[in-house]
Write a protein that binds this ligand. Structure first.
Ligand SMILES: [Mg+2]
Length: 272
């Protein structure tokens, strides 16, 4: 369903969200795998751009594969990838980690332990114990550590309803410390630019597809890429009203299964 007049933008690549767009509650959204095949058959580049910040990209890949969606791990861009690149550029600096156990293991080489911390790195907080762990992170900030957020989503759509996302805890630490976090995930421009550089693609040639106006549509707008929102995931859970009229949204479709119908194939240079 197209909500705004089509624009004559040539699309060479698609940046696809994962949760709420390709899968929901661990189950594939009907049409996800066939749409990926459709895009590949037409030579359209595909990268997954997801704010998943509780698991490694390898785990995300295994879960997608179990859901019948096969994507090479190097095509999966998460805030974990962006944060590891950033920390790789600052090899002497160490982090106080506020992360899931799986990600704490991945960031072990950057862990400050009981020593001086240059950063506090916050990701998915579902495994954070509570006040004591948040207070320990706050104290590191007051000692001079800078606040890093894997992403700052406000809430996410769990299988049984909306749940607090990482951004709520980032806001807590920002409020207490007076700092503003550097965030790696959507909607930050740097995150989209990382995937676009990997594709060798200009923003206007890449279509962002996702279920979240705040992360997907706002990020697309930041870099100047067109965006299509899907009614599955967040939009579906909120009655589908959030995306309509959102700046930069070219269309809202019922699901990923409808993407081929809004991209009229023309030898790999479809027009939206
Ligand atoms: Mg999503």
């Amino acid at each position: 369903m197209t909500l705004s007049p089509p624009s004559a933008v040539s699309i060479r690549a698609v940046l696809l969200d994962v949760d709420g767009t390709l899968v929901a509650g661990g189950q594939p959204i009907p049409g996800a795998a066939s749409t990926l095949s459709w895009l590949r058959r037409r030579g359209i580049g595909v990268r997954l751009l997801t704010n998943i910040d509780s698991r490694t990209p390898e785990t995300v890949c295994r879960e997608l594969e179990a859901a019948g969606i096969e994507v090479p791990v190097e095509d999966v861009f998460t805030p974990v990838v962006a944060a590891l690149r950033f920390l790789g550029q600052h090899p002497a600096e160490r982090c106080h980690l506020l992360l899931s156990a799986e990600l704490a293991a991945r960031f072990a080489a950057h862990d400050a332990g009981t020593g001086r911390a240059d950063y506090v790195l916050v990701g998915d907080c579902r495994e954070v114990g509570g006040y004591a762990q948040l207070d320990a992170a706050f104290r590191r900030l007051m000692e001079g550590a800078r606040l890093l957020a894997l992403q700052r989503g406000r809430w996410w759509q769990a299988a049984d309803g909306p749940s607090l996302d990482t951004g709520a805890f980032v806001a807590l630490l920002e409020h207490a410390s007076g700092q503003t976090a550097r965030s790696f995930g959507k909607p930050s421009a740097g995150f989209f630019e990382m995937a676009l550089a990997d594709l060798g693609c200009a923003p206007a040639e890449a279509l962002v597809v996702g279920d979240d106006p705040d992360a997907d549509a706002a990020g697309a707008r930041t870099v100047g890429a067109p965006c299509v929102l899907v009614r599955t995931g967040k939009l579906g859970s909120r009655g589908g009203a959030l995306g309509e009229g959102h700046p930069g949204v070219a269309a809202v479709i019922d699901s990923i299964a409808d993407l081929p119908s809004v991209l009229s194939a023309d030898l790999g240079t479809p027009h939206l």
